[in-house]
Ligand binder design. Structure first.
Ligand SMILES: Nc1ncnc2c1ncn2[C@@H]1O[C@H](COP(=O)(O)OP(=O)(O)O)[C@@H](O)[C@H]1O
Ligand SMILES: Nc1ccn([C@@H]2O[C@H](COP(=O)(O)OP(=O)(O)O)[C@@H](O)[C@H]2O)c(=O)n1
Length: 220
């Protein structure tokens, strides 16, 4: 069976996770959130007591990283060893350190292999994989490649609406700082050759899902 891969990249708050999950659900595809893996590794590295500023120390936590992620869009969960970290990895304590671990080349190489194995193991007809470097590094040969963007203002507004209890200004500043740090490692602000941009600034959620499905239909 030839499995369809839909690769989705974009900056924080552009709608990658929620839109990709909805697209997967509608098409009966699997769904893989690669940011969740980087977050889970950051959580693990911190618990392992590594020196987060030191790349070699961060990489030393890789062999003990027992990661698993469900790919059913209706039952999403992330585990490290026996522990369910689905909620813990969304906390600001993890969001604030994830870029430090994501910049380490050994970490990127190891997680890229994990993503390819998960994609190869899915039993569904297709998989939507979302992150920052899926269209360019993880699955550059994907049949469908999308860059999901939205204005900084829209992204900050969406993220702060989601994180109730935190000041909109602090959430916005953290999002901008993380995008700045991440974009030094991977370019997810401009579409690579053959990648279709979907700008959701003026679209509501359902319209964005439909726009991504339209790109998929055009490419298959
Ligand atoms: N087109 C849209 N219009 C309005 N809200 C959206 C849209 N796309 C996504 N959202 C909302 O924005 C928030 C951030 O989306 P998320 O999927 O977490 O982004 P990302 O994974 O890119 O960080 C979520 O609450 C989501 O429901
Ligand atoms: N393919 C990917 C996915 C995420 N990441 C890293 O993981 C972090 C969390 O990704 P995420 O997709 O959960 O972040 P949000 O866009 O949901 O805020 C990013 O800030 C990047 O540092 C990455 O480097 N490469």
């Amino acid at each position: 069976m030839s499995r369809i891969v839909v690769a989705v990249d974009g900056p924080a708050g552009s709608g990658k996770s929620s839109v990709s999950k909805a697209v997967a659900r509608k098409l009966g595809y699997a769904y893989l959130d690669t940011g969740a893996a980087y977050r889970a590794f950051a959580w693990h590295a911190q618990n392992a007591g590594v020196e987060l500023e030191d790349a070699a120390s961060v990489a030393s936590a890789l062999p003990s990283f027992e990661f698993s992620e469900a790919t059913d869009p209706d039952h999403f969960s992330v585990r490290v060893g026996e522990k369910d970290v689905t909620d813990a990895i969304r906390k600001p304590a993890v969001t604030g350190i994830v870029s430090l671990v994501a910049r380490v080349p050994e970490v990127r190489a190891a997680l890229t292999e994990v993503f390819r194995s998960i994609a190869a193991a899915t039993e569904r007809d297709g998989i939507v994989i979302e992150g920052r470097d899926i269209t360019t590094a993880v699955a550059p040969d994907a049949q469908v490649r999308v860059l999901l963007t939205a204005s900084e203002e829209a992204r900050m507004g969406r993220r702060s609406a989601e994180l109730t209890g935190y000041s909109a200004q602090v959430v916005g500043e953290q999002l901008k700082a993380r995008d700045r740090a991440d974009s030094r490692v991977v370019d997810f602000m401009t579409a690579a050759d053959g990648v279709t941009t979907v700008d959701s600034t003026e679209l509501d959620f359902d319209e964005t899902v439909d726009a991504v499905i339209a790109v998929i239909r055009t490419n298959l």
